[in-house]
Ligand binder design. Structure first.
Ligand code: C2E
Ligand code: CA
Ligand code: CA
Length: 869
């Protein structure tokens, strides 16, 4: 039961006091005081819980009026309703009581019914008012709620017709990301920080409200000019809050001139101004002015006229040629839309495409482009011109459309073209946005025979690891990427690396936005296949392109198609000798020659001088290669990277690799940690190398029959937990009955520090200790593996509950912390945890556990975070 509400009776006459208590005590808890002074001291203790005061006016020591004046000056007491009890029905008394702040009055002698009724209804009224009050405030930040903010601003404007005001709004640019990465609690904390900032900005009693999740507004005195400085400081204040990393706040200002506009519209306009500078570096505020208004109006006119423009054929297709770098032959083209408006002239797609993407018109427009492009192709084919492919842009909105495959197939059929003539350019960011769905759709399109180009590669954040799961044929490098990469010295850029990776994955590479000879030369040097850019030609009308096609020699973009992933890759055995095949990958031509001389009696020896050719040779000969002799100092991305790539790929990781290099312990250890089968110090005697090679091949070819050898190949020698290879095998054979699994990703927070300050021996010892610890705290049937340098994974079977999973994680981290591994360094481990029921694909779990670990670390080192949806 709820505790009774409390009423304070202030009355000097003892009998009256008792009577009132009597009447009310069945429903309320009654406190008593015999005069104003005594009432104040009772209230000192009970100020928060008194719901109502019954107050006599005439009393000794302190009368009712004096009590009222004192009480009404105190904000908490002022909100307690007071019913004054008067001797008579005198109107003068009533007026005096009300003007002193009483809520109501009753005349003596007391009538129980009336007293009870008045008391109840006044308490009820007050509670309702308190509730309304609650809705006036935003629960989280205590600022006004949106509606109340609008109402308050309207009142202020009405009450001060001669006064000038501005409305300031702000929007946090990356709030969703912050919420996702750091968690809702951190997001809330940030919002409260923003609210404090607004309070400071507007001073006492300022008018500030929260309009939506991360959008705030306030009303301030008008200023003719705002300085960037003020907003930079505001940004700094926010970024100084805990957990606020790289928060970007954009501010918008609306000058209140025309007061007939609703406050909601005023705020919207201020927000529009804020949004207009989204993504603009070092721009913190914008005012809603004529320029912005015109821009918004213009956007509206564009939208209003798009349909008729399509009907009236104002949209044209331009084509921009693509050339093969090697011989500068025409190899294809990209179809780009142009809008030729009868009054405004040519409109830039950069302006209207984003609008159409937002309102959905892009789907219609793109289909028009695809159709028109195919009609060109057919026309040129019929004239007997060389049959080059043309690429069209596929916007992300198109891919979400369930019928896209049908639509595209219908179009190519209509013109009797094979799908491969149409290349589909899909922007990189579309893949990263919603990988699952996009990949599915694109895979279907690719199966149907369309060639897929990943557009704007390098502008987004797709990880290189993800690339090999993507159904694509051609990488189209983003213009900005090309321009910045080609400005760097070759050794500092990643262009070379991407090129090698692309070649290894059998992807063609097109560079976009090539404007200068220097850029072209650099691209040629790094092995890029095709270019598109102003250096050769700008986009041109169909007729003009036709002339080009007529005159020029062409080649066809030769993309290498494989069925999903790499399963279709078959290498051709280069010889029929029946000997075992050995690949020597070494930058030193003399060394290669020597190996060929010493070993060709026993082996078929292939050679490769850099990482690109090495990866190519391995990929092309995956099923006949018996051994790789890999130099750590191989030019290009380096021997270790090649080794890593091999050991990560299920289809080739069985090929034994002997790493060759200098007599250096650290290098040797590192190579072994990545998964080398052996390390041979250079220079070496042919006999000993032969022995090593035989041994490695033997180990690799019989693992299935010889259990312990298999064990050896699957274990991390340092910790005796599984290595990457063992881990893959173990996860592949998980049993449904053992679900739910708790999936842990541990990270040693201080390995680098230990390595740097105490040396690698100590670093290794730390890794070993943690391995021991994992063994000690888990069951024999759990799966433990070393995932990378300082990362460990564990899958614990039949995990009872979230709590149990969390407890286990904490226990392990705690155990490490308690070890007091070193004197000067506090060594900790962080862990991310995900509960996994096996239905979900492993990649998704890994992604989530990665995020969970990220959050664990974001909180503090040694943290523990269990992922919850
Ligand atoms: P995008 O797909 O990345 O197209 C390449 C843009 O780079 C084109 O701009 C092209 O004219 C421009 N460009 C090519 N070479 C150079 C160069 O050497 N230097 C410079 N500075 N620019 C170069 P455009 O035609 O203005 O198109 C802009 C964007 O509009 C396109 O970027 C694409 O995202 C979109 N777009 C164009 N046409 C279509 C279309 O039919 N459908 C869809 N969905 N989007 C389209
Ligand atoms: Ca494109
Ligand atoms: Ca592009």
């Amino acid at each position: 039961m709820l505790s009774k509400k409390v009423i304070l009776v202030v009355e000097d006459n003892e009998i009256n006091r008792m009577m009132l208590s009597e009447m009310l005590s069945s429903e309320y808890r009654v406190l008593e005081a015999e005069n104003g002074q005594a009432a104040l001291s009772v209230l000192e203790e009970h100020r928060e819980d008194v719901s109502l005061i019954l107050l006599d006016i005439t009393m000794p020591i302190m009368d009712g009026y004096t009590f009222l004046s004192i009480a009404k000056a105190d904000p908490v007491l002022a909100s307690i309703p007071v019913i004054v009890t008067t001797q008579s029905d005198s109107e003068a008394d009533e007026v005096a009581a009300l003007s002193h702040g009483a809520t109501d009055f009753v005349a003596k002698p007391y009538k129980p019914q009336i007293i009870r009724h008045r008391v109840a209804s006044i308490i009820h009224l007050r509670e309702t008012a308190a509730m309304i009050n609650q809705f006036q405030y935003d629960r989280l930040t205590g600022l006004y709620s949106k509606e109340f903010f609008y109402q308050r601003v309207r009142e202020i404007l009405n009450q001060n017709p001669g006064h000038k005001y501005d409305i300031l709004c702000s929007d946090i640019e990356n709030f969703k990301l912050i919420n996702d990465v750091f968690g809702v609690a951190a997001g809330d904390q940030l919002l409260c920080g923003v609210a404090d900032l607004y309070r400071r900005l507007t001073g006492d009693g300022g008018t500030c409200g929260r309009l939506s999740a991360d959008q705030f507004a306030c009303l301030v005195e008008h200023r003719d000019k705002y300085e960037e400085d003020m907003f930079i400081r505001a940004n700094d204040v926010i970024n100084a809050l805990p957990n606020a990393k790289n928060v970007v706040m954009k501010w918008g200002i609306f000058f209140v001139e025309n007061r007939s506009v609703t406050i909601e519209q005023m705020s919207d306009r201020a927000l529009l101004a804020a949004r207009s500078i989204k993504g603009q570096y070092r721009k913190y505020f914008a005012a809603y002015d004529d320029k912005l208004r015109d821009e918004l109006l213009r956007q509206q006119t564009i939208i209003d006229s798009m349909e008729s423009a399509l009907k009236e054929e104002q949209f044209l297709i331009y084509l921009q040629p693509k050339y093969r770098i090697r011989d500068e032959k025409l190899a294809g083209a990209e179809a780009l839309i142009r809008w030729k408006h009868p009054e405004w002239g040519f409109q830039s797609p950069a302006e209207f495409i984003p609008l159409f993407e937002k309102n959905g018109f892009i789907t219609k427009l793109d289909q028009f482009v695809w159709d028109k492009t195919c009609s060109y192709l057919k026309e040129w084919d019929s004239k007997g011109y060389p049959q080059i492919p043309v690429s069209v842009n596929v916007s992300r909105a198109d891919i979400y459309n369930a019928d896209i495959a049908d639509t595209l197939i219908k179009i190519v059929h209509k013109y009797g073209l094979p799908p491969s003539r149409l290349h589909l350019e899909i922007t990189e960011s579309a893949y990263t946005e919603n990988p699952g769905q996009i990949i599915e759709t694109v895979r279907r399109l690719r199966k149907l025979g369309f060639i897929i180009e990943m557009d704007d590669f390098g502008s987004g954040y797709s990880s290189l690891n993800m690339l090999n799961q993507m159904p694509i044929d051609i990488l189209k490098l983003d213009m900005k990427f090309i321009q910045s990469e080609t400005a760097k010295p070759i050794s500092q850029g990643v262009l070379q690396f991407i090129m090698e990776l692309a070649r290894w994955m059998h992807l063609g590479v097109v560079a976009e936005g090539v404007e200068t000879k220097e850029q072209l030369d650099r691209l040629l040097e790094t092995g890029c296949d095709y270019v598109q850019g102003y250096y050769f030609a700008k986009p041109m009308p169909g007729k003009e392109f036709e002339e080009l096609l007529k005159k020029q020699e062409t080649v066809e973009i030769e993309e290498i198609r494989e069925k999903d992933g790499r399963e279709g890759r078959t290498g051709e055995r280069r010889t029929g000798s029946g000997k075992q095949v050995l690949l020597v990958a070494d930058e030193d031509a003399k060394y290669r020659k020597q190996i060929i001389e010493n070993f060709s009696e026993y082996y078929e020896v292939m050679e490769a001088a850099d990482t690109g050719t090495t990866l190519e040779a391995i990929a092309g000969n995956a099923d006949c290669l018996d051994m790789v002799l890999l130099s750590v100092s191989l030019s290009g991305i380096g021997g270790s990277s090649v080794l890593q790539t091999i050991k990560r790929d299920k289809t080739i990781w069985n090929i034994p690799v002997i790493v060759t290099g200098p007599p250096d312990m650290q290098t040797e250890k590192q190579a072994m940690a990545i998964g080398a089968d052996d390390y041979a110090v250079k220079p070496h005697a042919p006999e000993s190398l032969r022995k090593r090679i035989n041994h490695a091949i033997r180990l690799a070819t019989f693992p299935k029959r010889e259990q312990d050898l298999k064990e050896e190949a699957y274990r991390d020698p340092m910790t005796n937990v599984l290595n990457r290879r063992g881990w893959e095998a173990a996860t592949a054979s998980l049993q449904k009955e053992d679900a739910p699994f708790a999936f842990y990703l541990f990270d040693l927070d201080n390995l680098k520090e230990v390595n740097d300050t105490l040396g690698h021996m100590e670093g290794d010892r730390l890794i070993q200790e943690f391995g021991d610890l994992l063994h000690a705290h888990t069951r024999k049937t759990d799966i433990l593996a070393r995932y990378g340098g300082d990362e460990f994974v564990a899958i614990m079977k039949q995990m009872k509950s979230d709590d149990a999973a969390m407890k286990k994680g904490r226990e392990i981290c705690q155990a490490l912390a308690e070890k007091r591994f070193a004197e000067k360094i506090t060594v900790t481990a962080s862990v991310g945890i995900v509960i996994w029921n096996v239905e979900e694909p492993l990649e998704d779990v890994i992604k989530r556990v990665d995020l969970a670990l990220y959050r664990a670390k974001a909180n503090c080192k040694g943290g523990c975070y269990l992922w919850k949806e």
